[in-house]
Design a binder for this molecule. Sequence first.
Ligand code: SF4
Length: 272
Amino acid sequence: MSTHLFETIIVGPIHSRRLGTSLGINLLPRRGKICSFDCIYCECGWNKEHKTDKQIPTEKDIREQLTKRAQELVKEGVKVDSITFSGNGEPTLHPEFPQIIDTVIKIRNEYLPTAKISVLTNSSMLWKEGVREALMKIDNPILKIDSTIEHFVRCINRPNERYSLSETIESLKKVNGNFILQTMFLKGQAEDPLTGETVDLDCTDKKHVAGWIELVRTLKPRQIMMYTLDRDTPLQGLKKVTVEEMKEIAQPLLKEGFKITVNGTPFPKERE
Ligand code: SF4
């Protein structure tokens, strides 16, 4: 297994399957990981492997480094499609997250006015009004829910004790569909952290799919990003769900007019 960490505050631009040319912002430590989840598929690895560095950048660090990088990119004539908050963990855990969003909007407007601002979040901090409001100011709030089944969430996302799936869904209702839902589809076996039992996980399972479709109908996100494993995962033995399987799951939603991408490609217009 070789999971990886972002080693700088500003990353790239890199090419993203889902967002195009993406300039990353890592609000988490450079040699550590801080997250309210500990997903079995996390590209950064397990939380416990990355406890050494707890230092997070300040709003001033972000302002200075993003301004400098944006000025360089303007000079080089590089077009940025998205300024993307992702990095080594959960960006909305940063205590200055709302202020940092305002700062990044200002810098974007000044130097990279055509770039969208995107935040990839596990939705665990949506109960905080300040976080919700900040996410509503940006172009692409990409909010994760991987399952509506409690034990699937426990086994796949391994959230901390503060997390409540029902509270998160209630918070998601408050954003009135003005968000992009991201959901991971995988198969495999994982330990249930509550019972210690090994659980079979299959995101194509009828009950899982029915719950997820019902959630989509309730929340009405403006876009849905379905995706599967792409890189090495901390838990070994996980398997991808195929593009065909995801398309089949998406069919009823497609007929209802939802805008869907599968592994970053619009469905149904994707080229095989
Ligand atoms: S929410 Fe994202 S950063 Fe956190 S553990 Fe899961 S995949 Fe990793």
